[in-house]
Structure formats: structure tokens, C-alpha cells
Design a protein around this ligand. Structure first.
Ligand SMILES: *Cc1c(COP(=O)(O)O)cnc(C)c1O
Length: 385
């Protein structure tokens, strides 16, 4: 028995983090001013090849602002996935708008065929607006989540969004570094294809600032507005004149110092995650009833989370696997409880949710940190064998 605890996904801070944070402290630039914030924004935009980036306190606040950038108001509806982390959906309610839940396909991201079926069958397109036949409300936007570092089918989704005049917000909180390697969007990064994209630098994400987020877009107007809204909507810095309700959402220089050092290592982290992914895949798929879900073929994934699928053929079910691994000092977890089944969302419309339920019951996430060693991964494999 291995006595070392193997966590699911933890920070890896062995680059220049301490050096940059120390410099932030020594220069006494610890708050929302300071050179690291702008530098981290610029470097992130450059890395994902976006026109610009605006930092924020976390991914959740980035999504909140993104909905405002897309003009979503308290009279509107927004299409969201049923299978995701609840932070992708809560901001819809912060605005006072209502979510409509959509199923996933085998990629765990929104099923574009069902999405089209819903838009054509359950809605009317009147004067350039997609109107929900059930509620008579305007569906203004869709939030796409690039689950576990996979890419949603952006080709089909953008076509549907164009056809029905929907704004597209990419929740790329789990997918910084993922990009298309071929096809219409070749070279395009997750988060930069829709109207606006959001990354998260929470502690469990592939790179971390402790807590933090980033809004990216190719639309200069939206970027300007994002900066305005995240910094209290101040129009005159001397006399403190504000022209709308703003938010105190800007990242601090301390967070950005960490972020900058993390971003320098992102490609290295992806390489380690990729190696461990293929090690798990090769060894675990020899076990009857176990499978590691694939990432889309036409992308380079960031390999953030590994999804182990267990079928009835395997000797344990989802909960038994989690319990067993825990007894072996290995942390694992099921995917999130479906959002449409959570207390605050029971009254919201959910369109034909099938696959999300299946995957919820059959997937276990297994250790995937960028500092997971080959020996650790082999121990996990041995336990599951
Ligand atoms: C992490 C995450 C968020 C929220 O990011 P925070 O930085 O924790 O606010 C939103 N959506 C998804 C899918 C996430 O995984």
C-alpha cells in the first residue's frame, strides 16, 4: 500500500512564482494597480491569439461580465449545459435572466444537434430574435463549456448561433491551451471563437493564480467595456465620476505575479498531462469495462481532466471505485450533479436531457495534476486493474 496521498488536481508552483510574487511585495504593488496585471493580460491574449484580455477576480465574475457584454438582461433567456460546474450557470441568475438546459453529446460538451432541434422545434425566429415558444422570452445567448479541456463542436455551434442570432460565450475556464489543429478554425484557441471567452485560474485549474480569471475577445469594443465594468465603471479618475453600475472585479498584482509565472509553464504542464493521459489510456483500456474518454480529434487538448468511464462489465460501479481509490489514498470524484436537478434550477426548462445523466452515472475523474509522477499514475492503474 502506497502511503502517499495522490490528489485529484493541485497547483504546481515550481517556476518563477516566488520570484515574481516577491517582487510584487518588495515594490509594494499588491493591489489592482501594478505592472503584472497588464503584463499577464497581454501575455494571455498573445498566448491564445486574442485581440485582448481583461483580468478579473475569478472565472465566475468573468462570466457575469460576459453576459452583460452580450447584452443579456433580466427579460432574456440563455441556453446553458446541464452537465457542468454550477458557476457556468449562476451568473445567468445574477443578471436576473433564466437558463434553459441542454444535453451533452459523447464529448461531454453541448450536443449541437439537439441544440438545433430545440431552436427549430421549440422556438420561433421572429424579427431576428429567437423566441422560446414555451415562455415567449427572447433567447439572447448561449454559454458553451469546453468540459475538461475538450473543445465543444464550435463549427456546428457557431453556425447555429449565426442562424438564430445568438451571442456565444465560451466558458473556457477548463480549457486554456486547447486549440483546433485542422478545419475551419485551425489554430483557433478555446475561448476565442465566440463573442467572448473566459478562463479561470482557480487552484484546481491547469494554471492558477490562487483565484482569478480572464475575459478574452477579438472585439475591441467589448474589451473596453469589460475593463470599464470590472473597474467600477469610472469615467473620471480624478473626480470619481461613474457612468453606470460597475464591479470591483479586477485581479490584483499579487495574483497576476503568480499567473505570469504559471503561464510561462503552461505548455510544459500540458506535455506532462498528455503523457499521463496516454499512459492511463493505454493501460486502463486493457481492463474490460474501463475506458478513458477521448478528446475531439481535430484539436490539441490541454488534457486538463481525465474522464474514466466504467461500464457494467467492470467489477465496481462509480461510487465503489471512488470509495476504493480513497481507501488506497487516491482522490477521485464523480462529475458534477446535473445543474437542472439542483434546487435553484428545478423550475427551469430542460430539453430532453439523456446523455448527461448517463455520463454522470458512469464517469470518475482520476488524478491528473501536472506534478503527478509516472509512478503515481502507475499506482492508480495498478489499483484499478
Ligand atoms: C472553474 C469553473 C468555473 C468558475 O471558475 P472560478 O474561477 O472558480 O470562479 C466556471 N465554469 C466551469 C466549467 C469551471 O470548471
Amino acid at each position: 500500500m502506497n502511503n502517499k496521498f495522490i490528489p485529484l488536481s493541485v497547483p504546481n508552483l515550481k517556476g518563477r512564482e516566488l520570484e515574481y510574487v516577491t517582487r510584487a511585495v518588495e515594490t509594494e504593488w499588491v493591489s489592482t494597480g501594478g505592472p503584472y496585471v497588464t503584463e499577464f493580460e497581454n501575455k494571455t491574449a498573445e498566448y491564445v491569439k486574442a485581440k485582448g484580455a481583461v483580468s478579473c477576480q475569478n472565472g465566475t465574475s468573468g462570466l457575469h461580465i460576459s453576459l452583460m457584454l452580450c447584452g443579456v438582461t433580466n427579460n432574456d433567456e440563455v441556453i446553458v449545459p446541464a452537465l457542468t460546474f454550477i458557476a457556468a450557470v449562476n451568473p445567468v441568475k445574477y443578471i436576473g435572466a433564466e437558463p434553459i438546459f441542454m444535453d451533452c453529446d459523447d464529448s461531454l460538451t453541448i450536443d449541437p444537434d439537439k441544440l438545433l432541434e430545440f431552436c427549430e422545434g421549440e422556438c420561433s425566429f421572429i424579427d431576428g430574435k429567437l423566441i422560446n415558444n414555451t415562455t415567449k422570452k427572447h433567447i439572447k445567448a448561449i454559454i458553451i463549456v469546453h468540459v475538461f479541456g475538450n473543445m465543444a463542436d464550435m463549427i456546428k455551434i457557431m453556425d447555429i448561433a449565426d442562424k438564430f442570432n445568438l451571442k456565444v460565450i465560451e466558458d473556457a475556464t477548463e480549457a486554456i491551451g486547447t486549440y483546433y489543429t485542422s478545419g475551419k478554425y485551425e489554430g483557433k484557441y478555446a475561448g476565442t471563437i465566440g463573442d467572448v471567452g473566459v478562463y479561470s485560474f482557480n487552484g484546481n485549474k491547469i494554471i492558477t493564480t490562487g483565484g482569478g480569471g480572464m475575459i478574452v475577445s477579438n472585439n475591441e469594443e467589448l474589451l473596453k467595456k469589460a475593463k470599464h465594468l470590472t473597474t467600477q465603471a469610472k469615467v473620471d479618475v480624478v473626480y470619481f465620476i461613474h457612468d453606470e453600475i460597475g464591479y470591483n472585479y479586477r485581479m490584483t498584482n499579487l495574483q497576476a505575479a503568480l499567473g505570469l509565472a504559471q503561464l510561462e509553464q503552461l505548455e510544459k504542464f500540458i506535455e506532462v498531462k498528455k503523457q499521463n493521459y496516454y499512459l492511463y489510456k493505454e493501460k486502463l483500456e486493457k481492463v474490460p469495462g474501463l475506458e478513458i474518454l477521448n478528446f475531439r480529434e481535430d484539436i490539441r487538448s490541454n488534457y486538463w481532466f481525465y474522464a474514466l468511464k466504467c461500464s457494467e462489465e467492470y467489477r465496481m460501479d462509480r461510487d465503489e471505485i471512488i470509495k476504493y481509490l480513497s481507501s488506497k489514498n487516491i482522490q477521485s470524484r464523480p462529475i458534477w450533479g446535473l445543474i437542472n436537478e439542483q434546487k435553484p434550477y428545478l423550475k427551469n426548462q430542460a430539453y430532453n436531457i439523456e446523455k448527461a445523466k448517463f455520463y454522470l452515472d458512469h464517469i470518475v475523474n482520476i488524478p491528473c495534476s501536472s506534478n503527478l509522477t509516472k509512478e503515481d499514475a502507475e499506482y492508480v492503474i495498478e489499483c484499478l486493474n
